[in-house]
Write a protein that binds this ligand. Structure first.
Ligand code: BDR
Ligand code: CA
Length: 314
């Protein structure tokens, strides 16, 4: 059983990643830390608590609120066009009685790493601010974590917020730079693979027809929130009834690494330039000198991945 902390800016695809982790059998979610990004950190926390309630978990999942803005930069606003005003496609879920812990996210990460040395897996689905803050406080964290799976970056494909940058890295490049150069063992699950991992209306129809009775509420939520997501990707990418599963794929890779093909590359996060802010620059030269070694996902068994992600609700 894998021991996982999920760090999320709980939007539509984060929610699906969380639901998958809570339903999968081979994982114990040690906690969910929240961060600004798709929406405010307060809203991310609220969404996370409601999603946990929706999942009807058999064990308690601590929720810990984290950073409300980037390490150094001013906050640039939220991705309400992609994720809706409330971050989850404007679907109203009932409030939860559970409260977030009265601890900072980065302190929670440090505490858990000490409790579970070399066992803890971190699945980072938003800006890397919380993890960077933890490393700033205690750089030896890098030696205590088993592995970090980062949803972020792009190497051979375009960005999604700028021509070259992916949102999670772009939204706090200094934090990403700290994390990537920390010595932490990192797998980068970037747009190279997440943009190939498309969920379609056909997948949702199948899910609605075949899901178990006990999962009906979850499937209804997934279907409703994804309609918002489909609309955005229709406008931005001219796709019809299809959207990429960025965060769910990252969660799946953490639990089942064989679903992707990786290549070790040296990666440096660009923090200086305006046009290239948050670019994950890969040094692909033979004698690569720039950046730190990262396992970069370069291919994915996409149809298998989507079906596997949905299988926990069937
Ligand atoms: C990432 O940005 C957010 O909008 C998504 O939740 C995902 O983590 C994709 O670039
Ligand atoms: Ca996210």
């Amino acid at each position: 059983e894998k021991k996982v902390i999920i760090d999320a800016d709980t939007g539509i695809d984060d929610a699906l990643a969380i639901l998958y982790a809570l339903k999968a059998t081979d994982v114990h979610v040690e906690g969910i830390t929240t961060v600004f990004g798709n929406i405010s950190v307060q809203q991310a926390t609220e969404n996370t608590l409601r999603i946990i309630q929706l999942a009807k978990t058999t064990y308690e999942i601590p929720v810990v609120q984290g950073a409300e803005k980037p390490l150094q930069r001013t906050l640039q606003g939220f991705s309400t066009k992609v994720h809706g005003e409330n971050g989850i496609g404007d679907v109203e879920l009932p409030p939860s009685a559970q409260k977030a812990l009265g601890e900072e996210a980065h302190e929670f990460i440090l505490r858990k790493a000490d409790e579970l040395p070399n066992e803890l897996i971190i699945v980072a689905l938003g800006r890397l601010t919380n993890l960077a803050q933890a490393l700033q406080k205690d750089a030896t964290l890098a030696q205590k974590i088993k592995h970090v799976y980062v949803m972020g970056g792009a190497v051979h494909v375009p960005g999604n917020v700028t021509p070259v940058s992916e949102a999670n890295i772009w939204g706090d490049p200094e934090a990403a730079d700290i994390v990537f150069s920390s010595g932490l063992p990192i797998t980068m699950v970037g747009l190279d693979v997440t943009m190939k991992t498309l969920i379609t209306q056909q997948h949702l129809n199948y899910l609605q027809e075949h899901c178990q009775e006990e999962n009906k509420d979850i499937v209804e939520f997934i279907n409703e929130s994804l309609q918002f997501y489909f609309d955005f990707y229709h406008t931005s990418n001219y796709w019809m009834g299809a959207a990429p599963l960025h965060d769910p794929l990252t969660m799946l890779v953490a639990l089942e690494p064989g679903v992707v093909k990786t290549q070790q590359m040296k990666i440096k996060v660009e923090c200086q330039s305006e046009i290239c802010q948050g670019m994950t620059v890969a040094d692909l030269r033979r004698n690569a000198l720039v950046g730190s070694p990262v396992q970069v996902c370069i291919d994915v068994e996409a149809e298998y991945a989507v079906n596997k992600l949905l299988s926990v609700f069937l």
